[in-house]
Design a protein around this ligand. Structure first.
Ligand code: 13P
Length: 290
């Protein structure tokens, strides 16, 4: 069933587990992810960025995602990830996304507050929850980047979120969930990330909305588990999923002369599902669907 993610995140936060939010990069990725969530009895958030909706078109993506979500025997939400312009956000809401991210993290604090609050005001009128972001989660130039500057051990401490700012941000904007920079990066890590768990605990003590971990790919089991115990209720995963998909396509094409996309994509779906199941389990989401 298609659901409002607020409820999923609130229950996860109370229960000490996290809802995985899987980025889809094409229409074909949607059904196998929903299928895996059903098989594992896990709630799920599907999410898409601007570049995905530009690649698929709004209507096709929403038609597939909402239909799969509605038919699912587990709760599924559809979230707009990393949107920093209002038009994009309002377009997603008009198309039936169940939540949106207002990403003002590149702005100075006051401007981020003003931008995010203005989005929250409109989104809430439409009954749609908003995820804000504070602090800096670096983005490598490409998802597979191994550049030490881009995908190293995490950003310097002054770019991470401050607990007092987090508290003020939530109070001033009215966001429903908050992405907090504690040292993760988008894309694969080059070395071992330095995650600031003390900071996370301090944020959790002051902020009561569900917290969101960006940059899930490549996180070690013990780091992920600790981040969830300390309060991350939504965990975003993109790079591992698209890497599994693309590697399976590459391999399927290289290993035989089969040019039939249905056969090539069968391998991609299986690879995607293997990674997705692992994340559902690591997040503690298995069996949580009600
Ligand atoms: P990864 O690509 O590192 O999994 O990050 C995903 C993400 O945070 C999407 O918002």
């Amino acid at each position: 069933m298609l659901v409002d993610p607020r409820e999923l995140l609130a229950v996860a936060q109370q229960g000490g587990y996290a809802i995985p939010a899987f980025n889809v990069h094409g229409l074909d990725m949607v059904p196998p992810l929903v299928e895996v969530a059903e098989a594992e009895r896990a709630p799920l958030i599907l999410q898409a960025t601007r570049s995905t909706v530009e690649a698929t078109g709004w209507e096709p993506l929403v038609a597939v995602a909402l239909e799969c979500a509605r038919r699912a025997r587990v709760p599924v939400a559809l979230h707009l990830d990393h949107a920093s312009d209002r038009q994009l956000i309002y377009t997603a809401i008009r198309h039936g996304f169940t939540s949106v991210m207002a990403d003002g993290s590149a702005l100075p604090f006051d401007d981020n507050v003003a931008f995010t609050r203005s989005v929250v005001e409109v989104a809430h009128l439409a009954g749609i929850p908003v995820e804000g972001e504070l602090g800096y989660v670096p983005r490598p130039a490409t998802a597979m980047a191994q550049d030490p500057e881009a995908a190293g051990e995490g950003p310097p401490a002054d770019l991470l979120i401050r607990p007092d700012e987090a508290e003020a941000f939530v109070a001033e904007t009215g966001v429903d969930s908050l992405a907090v920079a504690i040292g993760t990066v988008h894309g694969f890590y080059r070395g071992t990330p330095r995650l600031d768990f003390e900071r996370l605990a301090a944020i959790r003590a002051r902020v009561h909305v569900p917290l969101v971990l960006h940059g899930g790919s490549g996180l070690a089991d013990e780091h992920l588990a600790k981040a969830i115990v300390l309060g991350m209720a939504k965990v975003n995963v993109a790079t591992e999923l698209k890497a599994a998909w693309s590697q399976a396509v590459r391999q399927a094409v290289a290993e035989n002369d089969d040019i039939d996309p249905r056969h090539v994509l069968r391998a991609a779906r299986r690879a995607l599902q293997t990674v997705a199941v692992a994340w559902l389990r690591r997040c503690g989401a298995v069996g949580r669907a009600t």
